[in-house]
Ligand binder design. Structure first.
Ligand code: AMP
Ligand code: MG
Length: 422
């Protein structure tokens, strides 16, 4: 008996026909969450990871004028021999930022550097490795070159009037570079959503305080704070809330005046000390979902005033699973960003996994590359929803879809990398 408990420490979480699917829950989140409306104009560097408010069109061509992609010699192709070597007189040099001001006639060429404008009268750049200097100081070039060779054409990156970044895009480092290449120093982005969070439970003790019998340290507020800190949101930590209706009312009322999204952990089951539901029923609208996933089955979703409320389960692993699967997309919608589904990779399972069909499971895995550079994955040992080291040792979720009825060693499975692991 003792053996059984220590080897299988989580609750049974039996298949529940009253629950909704992962995708149904995601659809409802997408439908209910309203994107923030307000915007701010920020210097370009501060726009990283922020959501672009309006499509940006280019005021000009990039590059603005044709220029050289190589160090070499600018020539006119029709002045070259069809079938042999041509000797050309070098009449000057074009540098990046310092164009050659003359014009190139038949029998002549211009020494040119990468990024320099293409001189008048030329239509190709011959790489310097393909040219020789004759004893007389002329430039010798072989045949078989073509018009446009090694020339970056005007507008080949971006055409004037073209949309370069759509509205709703979360701005990447490359986007900032593209915007800078258009000469834009500022951009209008959506304001950051404000996210407030708290833990619930009379058993919880803050780190640094002594642990009396029956108490545990509050870990959820730390993992939540960590996950939120990686997202472009402003965070309010509301601490630990005791298991009574009045405290719950008080914190929810306060949070709803401060935050776009309120997240709690614990107290969402139907135990006698679970006060999230009654408090929310008084203050706002509630939907209580049992989602067909493991871990993380119970989730409360609702609204208090203009704030969205998401009541996550209490178990530390379930908190991280439901955050990654439901809170992250809710924050994406709230931010005004287009929703992207998390990327799944295929990996070979190094071990068998037991699984009942009818729900999605998020086991914690360590993915590594095999000798053929293909992903392989193993579980991080015990998978109970209270075993938080199963998350900290992992770098990915092993995602077993609802129709999966178990995995044999060697089977292919889907993995989803944590966005904080590398
Ligand atoms: P609950 O849903 O409130 O019944 O919590 C489920 C389980 O998660 C219980 O064993 C709690 O002690 C545990 N738990 C709840 N909140 C936290 C927290 N903030 N940190 C660590 N464990 C927690
Ligand atoms: Mg509790």
């Amino acid at each position: 008996m003792t053996d059984k408990i220590s080897s299988d420490p989580s609750c049974a979480d039996p298949f529940d026909p009253g629950s909704i699917s992962l995708f149904a829950a995601l659809d409802r989140i997408e439908q209910r969450v309203v994107p923030v409306h307000a915007c701010e104009r920020l210097p370009l560097r501060e726009c990283l990871n922020r959501v672009n408010n309006e499509a940006v069109t280019s005021p000009h061509n990039i590059p603005p004028l044709p220029n050289s992609a190589m160090d070499g010699f600018a020539v006119a192709i029709d002045s070259l021999e069809q079938n042999g070597v041509t000797e050309l007189e070098e009449i000057g040099t074009a540098y990046a930022g310092h164009p050659f001001s003359g014009s190139c006639a038949r029998g002549q060429c211009v020494r040119i550097m990468t990024g320099a404008l293409i001189p008048e009268g030329t239509d190709a750049v011959i790489m310097q490795e393909q040219a020789e200097t004759s004893d007389a100081g002329n430039i010798r070039i072989d045949f078989d070159h073509r018009v446009g060779e090694n020339i970056r054409q005007a507008g080949e990156d971006v055409k004037q009037g073209e949309t370069v970044i759509e509205a709703g895009v979360r701005l990447s480092p490359a986007d900032l570079g593209v915007l800078a290449s258009l000469g834009l120093g500022q951009l209008q982005v959506k304001r950051k959503p404000v996210v407030a969070f708290f833990s619930t439970g009379d058993e919880l003790v803050a780190v640094g305080e002594p642990l009396e019998p029956g108490k545990i340290y509050d870990s959820n507020r730390y993992s939540l704070h960590g996950m939120l800190s990686l997202l472009p949101v402003d965070i309010i930590d509301l601490g630990v809330v005791r298991d009574d209706l009045e405290s719950m009312r008080e914190v929810l009322t306060r949070a709803s005046t401060q935050a776009d999204l309120i997240i709690s952990t614990g107290g969402v089951s139907v135990g006698e000390a679970d006060y999230i539901k009654p408090a929310l029923a008084e203050l706002g609208t509630t939907e209580f979902w049992k989602i067909a996933i493991k871990p993380g089955r119970p989730l409360t979703f609702g609204q208090i005033g203009a704030s969205i409320f998401m009541g996550l389960p209490g178990n530390p692993v379930a908190v991280m699973v439901t955050f990654s699967q439901f809170v992250v997309p809710a924050i994406e919608v709230l931010s005004g960003a287009r929703l992207r589904r998390p990327a799944l990779f295929r990996a070979r399972s190094l071990e068998a996994m037991r699984k009942k069909p009818g729900r999605y499971e998020f086991q914690r895995g360590i993915a590594t590359l095999d000798e053929n550079d293909r992903w392989q994955v193993a579980k991080t040992g015990k998978q109970g929803s209270g075993i938080l080291t199963s998350m900290s040792r992992a770098n990915c979720f092993i995602v077993l879809p609802d129709d999966n009825a178990g995995v044999e060693a060697g089977d292919e499975v889907s993995i989803q990398f944590f966005n904080w692991s590398n």
